[in-house]
Design a protein around this ligand. Structure first.
Ligand SMILES: [Mn+2]
Length: 398
């Protein structure tokens, strides 16, 4: 079975006020081109098709146009689209009956009826171009709390990962007759433990306080797990679990990633995969790549980024920053034709934000307030600020 694995399109994204429509159009055209070259048996879009639950018209048009182009390029390829946490699952699913006529299988939230999990439409049978059955895709969307089976008391501490595991187990069990003995691909949209996050890009899920599931939540029978949610393409458990990653940098932290889609060939339990990297039409820079830039060098650095309205994150040394630097920086960016998406100031020892090895939940509210105040204003809060904070905190706690 040959699989084209993609995810996290986030169509309709607006980054700091800047629309991404043009970049996303370019990315989708490349995906269609790759699909045409690869002629896979099945394509999986593993969630977060859209950036928001109510995407702009332009984004919806791009989605449907892409499906049409894919179908033109690959008349025999099954297309499986699953909802991610950014998608409104019901809205994504609404046109599913129409899309099924063109072998596009759209799958939203897992539903339960009288204590029974509904599995209709989740198992997509895959054949090759000669019409010979080669495998299956078991499509499971982002597991919202309502998608999960009822809890048992014995589940105890780690109950969320256990419930997700049970969801997958039951789904695989109930559809076993349809996928055995062919290779099984399952989809997932969640944070698997050990996966590398892009800070600021993905909303923390799994659900609630427990934010990652172990690789063992997926059925052992699955030859391949096509994941979405983390925007950095990565492999886990050999090549068996993979995130295909986003198609363009969706935040400054993703600027250095190699964005693309993953081509997977599965024979029995053997998985061989390779990446097809997308060209990036619009630049996305971090200035400087490492460390922090002195104020005097900013203008030159912005001017050196070249044309094409690139995006940039600028990291500044605190020392020597003029009052009102922010307005000046915006003016410089405008002159240089650069779209500023983030401005970061060098951290000082006292103003350090929660870093690695430090959990926000382990910090006292007063300490968090102090750090946030310092980050915003570059100085310690005064007594009057602390008093207001304490009063608000008491009201909230009451
Ligand atoms: Mn997601």
């Amino acid at each position: 079975m040959k699989l084209l694995h993609t995810a996290d399109w986030h169509l309709g994204q607006i980054l700091r006020g800047y629309g991404r429509a043009e970049e996303q159009r370019e990315a989708m055209a490349q995906v269609v081109g790759i699909a045409g070259e690869e002629q896979a048996d099945v394509m999986v879009v593993a969630g977060d098709v859209f950036d928001t639950g109510n995407p702009p018209v332009e984004a919806q048009e791009l989605y449907f146009e892409t499906l049409v182009q894919l179908r033109r390029q690959c008349p025999r390829m099954e297309i499986v689209v699953v909802a991610g946490n950014h998608d409104a699952a019901g809205r994504l699913e609404a046109p599913r009956e129409v899309l099924r006529f063109v072998d596009v299988h759209v799958v939203g939230n897992v539903k339960w009826k009288n204590g029974q999990m509904e599995t209709a439409g989740r198992l997509v049978k895959v054949s090759n171009r000669e019409g010979v059955r080669v495998g299956s895709v078991l499509a499971v969307s982002y597991p919202t709390a309502r998608c999960l089976p009822a809890m048992n008391d014995e589940d105890g501490e780690r109950r969320l990962p256990r419930m997700v595991a049970r969801l997958y187990q039951e789904m695989a069990e109930r559809t076993r007759g349809e996928w055995e003995p062919w290779p099984l691909v399952v989809t997932g949209h969640l944070h698997v433990r050990g996966g590398e996050e892009s800070p600021g890009a993905e909303r923390g899920i799994l659900i609630g306080g427990e934010d990652a599931a172990p690789v063992t939540v997926f059925p052992p029978e699955a030859a391949y797990v096509a994941l979405g949610h983390l925007h950095k393409a990565q492999r886990m458990d050999g090549e068996r679990l993979q995130y295909s990653g986003s198609l363009i940098p969706l935040s400054a932290t993703e600027a250095g990633y190699e964005h693309g889609v993953t081509v997977v060939e599965i024979a029995g339990r053997t998985v061989v995969s390779r990446r097809r990297v997308l060209r990036r039409g619009t630049g996305f820079f971090r200035i400087p790549e490492r460390g922090f830039l002195p104020w005097g060098e900013v203008e030159g650095a912005l001017a050196g980024l070249g044309g094409g309205m690139p995006f940039a994150q600028v990291k500044l040394r605190r020392e020597g920053l003029p009052v009102g630097y922010r307005e000046e920086l915006d003016a410089m960016a405008e002159r240089a034709g650069v779209r500023l998406v983030e401005v970061k100031l060098e951290e000082t020892e006292r103003g350090k934000s929660a870093g690695f090895g430090e959990r926000v939940t382990e910090l006292q509210p007063g300490e968090l307030f102090r750090r946030a105040f310092f980050d915003k204003h570059g100085k310690e809060p005064e007594e009057r600020h602390r008093k207001v904070f304490e009063r608000v905190k008491e009201e909230v706690e009451a």
